[in-house]
Design a protein around this ligand. Structure first.
Ligand SMILES: O=C(O)/C=C/c1cccc(O)c1O
Ligand code: FE2
Length: 315
């Protein structure tokens, strides 16, 4: 068994807004670094830890995390749609392993995933079916949130599973999301009756018109944010860099003190997407000491994201 890690912010705005050319070039260089890292490592299984934005998971039943035994990408914001190549037997074995170790895992036999899950695969491989992908969803937008300590435990047990049960595989774990950001993803606490209904499941399988309207709202918010107008909460570069420093240190325990309320307050309602990074780094750390080989960070208002990309390997 070997294990390597890539974490990256995603943004559905990559193809819809234009940051300054030097920023675009930096982001492309970061993507290229991730691409060449993965190409060199050449995994035979990808474990993809990603959030969802009320496309696959709704408040009719919102688990803190979930393993997909099968998954289909919905293709929002022009991302690739269609089934992922999910190794169902490994997903089943992982779930049973996690349950035995005290992680009350939820399963989906047909998980629907959005840009938050598939964008790294698209950026790295240009095709979401290029490799077998085992998808793990972590709720990152819908309060209440499980404490970060539980996310670390989930990641550690995932690492234990990889070490014990995937001895014959080269595994890549991907964490997709974050860092600080608050795009206009609706909040149940402030939702109008109509939006509340969408968050309870009415927003599943939108008509093309409703999908366009939803996406245009986000694109407009990004343009306003980049122009310094509108209502999007400022990014929090210091918070982002502190998190990246902790993740690189190999001792993730300081994160346990971070509360969901503080995270939302300081770094925005979607900062909880960093849970995907925390789980991924916890998995790697459970297998052995590691080194962050590559790290990029830049706050990018056009993408409404504290934008980070890292790669890491076992020592
Ligand atoms: O509206 C959505 O579905 C999500 C938007 C978004 C915008 C910027 C960064 C992200 O991580 C997002 O998911
Ligand atoms: Fe997101």
């Amino acid at each position: 068994m070997t294990l390597a890690l890539v974490t990256m912010s995603h943004s559905p705005l990559l193809e819809f807004v234009d940051p300054p050319a030097d920023v675009k070039a930096e982001v492309e260089a970061a993507f290229e670094a991730a691409r060449s890292f993965v190409k060199k490592y050449d995994p035979d299984l990808v474990i993809n830890i990603g959030p969802d934005h009320y496309n696959g998971f709704f408040y009719d039943i919102m688990p803190p995390f979930c393993v997909g035994y099968d998954a289909v990408a919905i293709g929002d914001f022009g991302t690739q749609a269609g089934p992922l190549d999910v190794p169902t037997e490994i997903a089943t074995e992982l779930t049973e392993f996690l349950m035995e170790r005290g992680i009350d895992m939820t399963v989906s036999l047909r998980m629907e995933v959005d840009h938050g899950a598939v964008q790294p695969m698209e950026i790295i491989y240009g095709d979401i079916t290029a490799k077998p992908v085992l998808p793990i969803f972590i709720n990152s937008v819908a309060p209440p949130f499980t404490p970060l300590k539980r996310i670390r435990q989930l990641g550690e047990e995932l690492g234990a599973f990889i070490a014990e049960r995937l001895a014959d595989k080269k595994v890549l774990v991907i964490g997709s999301g974050g860092l600080s950001h608050e795009p206009p993803v609706p909040q149940i606490a402030t939702a109008t009756p109509e939006v509340r209904e969408a968050l309870l499941g009415g927003g599943r399988h939108l008509t093309p018109e409703a999908r366009d309207a939803r996406q245009q709202r986000v694109i407009n918010a990004a343009k306003d944010f980049a122009a310094g107008v509108g209502v999007v909460k400022p990014l929090a570069p210091e918070w982002d860099q502190e998190l990246m420093r902790i993740l690189a240190s190999g001792d993730l325990s300081p994160i346990d003190a971070w509360t969901p309320a503080e995270m939302s307050e300081i770094a925005g309602n979607s900062s909880h997407e960093v849970r995907t990074w925390i789980a991924a780094y916890s998995a790697l750390g459970a297998v052995g000491d590691y080194t962050v080989d590559y790290s990029f960070y830049r706050p990018i208002p056009e993408y409404i994201a504290g934008f980070g990309v890292t790669t890491a390997t076992l020592n």
